[in-house]
Structures are given as structure tokens and as C-alpha cells.
Design a protein around this ligand. Sequence first.
Ligand code: FE2
Length: 282
Amino acid sequence: MNFRPITALTGAEVQGIDVRTVGPASFQQLRKALAHFKVLYIQNQHLDTEQLCTFSRGIGPLIRVPFIQPMEENADVIAVLKEADETNMGVFGGDWHSDFSFLPQPPMASILYSVEVPEAGGDTVWANMAAAYAALPEATKAFLKDRKVIHTGKPYGTTHAPPRKTRFTGSIQMDRNNPDADKETVHPAVCRHPDTGEPMLFVSPTYTTRFSDLSEAQSEPVLNEIYAHSTKPEFTCRHRWQAGTIAMWDNRATMHCAMNDYDGYRRLLFRTTIAGHKPLAH
Ligand SMILES: [Fe+2]
């Protein structure tokens, strides 16, 4: 197994691996690489949903996430699908986020496997939140020290549901207007990576509403500044999908965003979600 870094700070392509035949020592190496590089791609794989789950369980136990209907034939897998005729609408995951950051125990990692990809567009972009924290001005680090942020499942809730025209309500069945999604979860704004010890920003524009000690209006300008900083190109890596690629990311240490630039093309990926723990304050 060979790791080829994508940028100096974020992401690596794993070469020389068939994920159907990975043993315990290689899984350990992959978990270590995931904590280090934050995003890993593995190209030219040939998997059905059960094989994807078997591989995913080697990274960690699977969880089933709320508000989104899983696949009928495999409840551990979400089919991330947008049909060619689903145009002029939002896309699932189309704004910056960390997956399900509003859960008391947010996922440790997510895994996507591409089945059908558009001829043009449909890339995924990740931002490295440990690198982003390290480069913050000292005054911002001081402001964030011991601060906490509120996360809610707002896109699926009633209070903050997105405007209809920007909602993605196509091939992914979502449980919209669910009052449970409005529940507030408090997480530290800066967390410690449990494996590497790095401090990392843990904010998620799709789900974070405010700092726990400030109003939404007071929080907004500061959060927007942090989002703009975190998503600077130098902290990101961008993946151009080919069919048969696995991408997995450390969901504690990254945000990601699906590019909605492929109207007229079909895009289908299978997703699994790896269990995590309550985030630790740095
Ligand atoms: Fe996502």
C-alpha cells in the first residue's frame, strides 16, 4: 500500500490496494493514514453494497443516520443520487458541512463509493479544519478558547428549514419538517483530535447556528469569518470522481461540500457512515 499526497496539507491517494482483500494490519494503516491525511481516495475498486459495508466496518462500526432514508436492500447504505432531470434545485451536501455534526456523537468518518459519475462536474471538496485552526490569527484563537457552538439538524427541522427553491428533494428521501431535528447539541468550537492530538475547528455551516453564549445575530459575523478562513483553497483538496472510487474522510477534522455543477447528468454514489464519540474540547 502506497500513499500519494494530493496537497501538502490535505488528502492522499491510496495505491496498490484491493479493498475486498484488506486484512487487519492494512486496516490499521488506513485508519492511521486517515487521521494524518484527513481524506483518502482509492481508485479502481469493484464493490457491491455488502462489500462496501464489509470494507467500511474495517474502518469502524457503522451507524444509521436520522432523517435520510437508507437503501431498501441495505439499511447501512445511503444512495446519494441525483437524476439527470433533477435540474435547478439544490444538491444533497451542497453547502459546507461536517456530516451530522448535530448528533451528540457525530460520525468519525464517512465513506463514499462512486457508481455513476457525471461527464462534467460533480466534484467533492474537503477543508482541513486542523490546518485551518493552526493558521487562525491569535486573536481568533483567543476568542474561541473554551467557547462552545450549537449544532442542530436545521435542514431537516422546522425552525431553520431552507427555502423551498434551494431544497434538494429529489431522489434522496428526507424526513423534512421533523421537530426532532431542531434539538440543540452543544459541542466545543475547537476540538482535540483523539488520535493525533491536534486542535481543530469543529463548526459546520449547514448545522451550526450560534455560539452557546451569544445570539445568532452576534455569532453570525464571527462564524462567517471562520467559514471563509477555513475554506480558503490552501486548506482544501478537491476530488474529480471516476466510477469505482472510494473516498473516505475524517469527519471530525474536515468539512466538505458537493459541487452542484452537473445539471443534465446522473450521479450515483453509495455512502456509509462510521460511528464516532462525543467531541473532546481542546
Ligand atoms: Fe456530507
